[in-house]
Write a protein that binds this ligand. Sequence first.
Ligand SMILES: Cc1cc2nc3c(=O)[nH]c(=O)nc-3n(C[C@H](O)[C@H](O)[C@H](O)COP(=O)(O)O)c2cc1C
Length: 319
Amino acid sequence: MSKVLALSFGRKMSNTDVFLKEVLLKCQEAGHEIKFMRPDDYDIRPCTGCCACVGGIMSGRTNGTCIHKDDFHLIEDAFYDADCVLIGSPVYETSPSGTFKTFCDRMGPSHDLAFLTEAKKERLARGGENVLLPDERVFKPRIGCLVGVGGAMTENWTIMTIPIMYESMMSSGVDVIDTHMYYGAMEVDHILGVPEQMARADKMAENVIAALAAETEEERTMWRGVDEDDYACPVCHQSLFKVHQGSDRVECTICGIDGKVELKDGKIHYVFSEKEQARSRMKYAGKLEHRNEIAHGAMTQRKTENLRALKEKYLHVGE
Ligand SMILES: Cc1cc2nc3c(=O)[nH]c(=O)nc-3n(C[C@H](O)[C@H](O)[C@H](O)COP(=O)(O)O)c2cc1C
């Protein structure tokens, strides 16, 4: 038996909630333990950008503790308990909701798998009494699914939603196995009146159940989304790229990896080498690359002389 958690950022008992609850019910029928949470119902404050969490991990003082004393620990605890995390958000202005973004920021560096893995190694190597080690659940392998619900009649008005939703799985290293975008939701009063969408939720549940039953790591993490031929990045299975004008270079905005554009019979193909695929930030190697760049660059910050005096001129500008 595994634990499946769903986090919904939609309206109470509306489309996103019910899609996720349908997946949960099927998982429960298959013998898994389920939990449903709506972060909007909790007191979750936005990240202030103080970086105390990263500083704490790097210095060994904390395991990424946040300065906020709010309800986030309840979501964090459920997340760490889970073997599978389902995340659903409505589409607001082509992207996920604001609370969703707050959730991602709070799950960011403070929950980064590479930051915490390296911290554990360094602290164990240093030894001594009362070594502060991260919660062991940080290192538990997890799979995840992403669901977006857009009211607009065209998929075009949902375009950044699923790609941005990958953020929620990035730092903690969840392997995304399926994603779904339900668009045109405002055409009907409720998803319960749309059998195809309820069937898609059942398909997502089937994918989760199969992945949780997998015997190998490859089988557990393999992509099970139904849109198999409709993506360009072989790692995240999405197609949101930065195009570098005047070159043949494209960059996957989710994975942060470089590919090349090739034209074959008048059709565009995107080619990502095995080496680039391996350094996707959705994988451990990509996270480690970032952790090292922060540890050896950002954390050993160059100091500006007379900073206080230089700031004086800007203190009350435009107030
Ligand atoms: C502020 C706001 C912005 C929205 N922007 C979009 C949008 O850009 N694209 C879209 O497809 N739907 C948009 N919608 C519609 C919602 O995505 C739609 O109502 C959806 O069903 C909400 O999910 P829920 O029923 O689970 O709450 C917007 C709704 C609101 C309130």
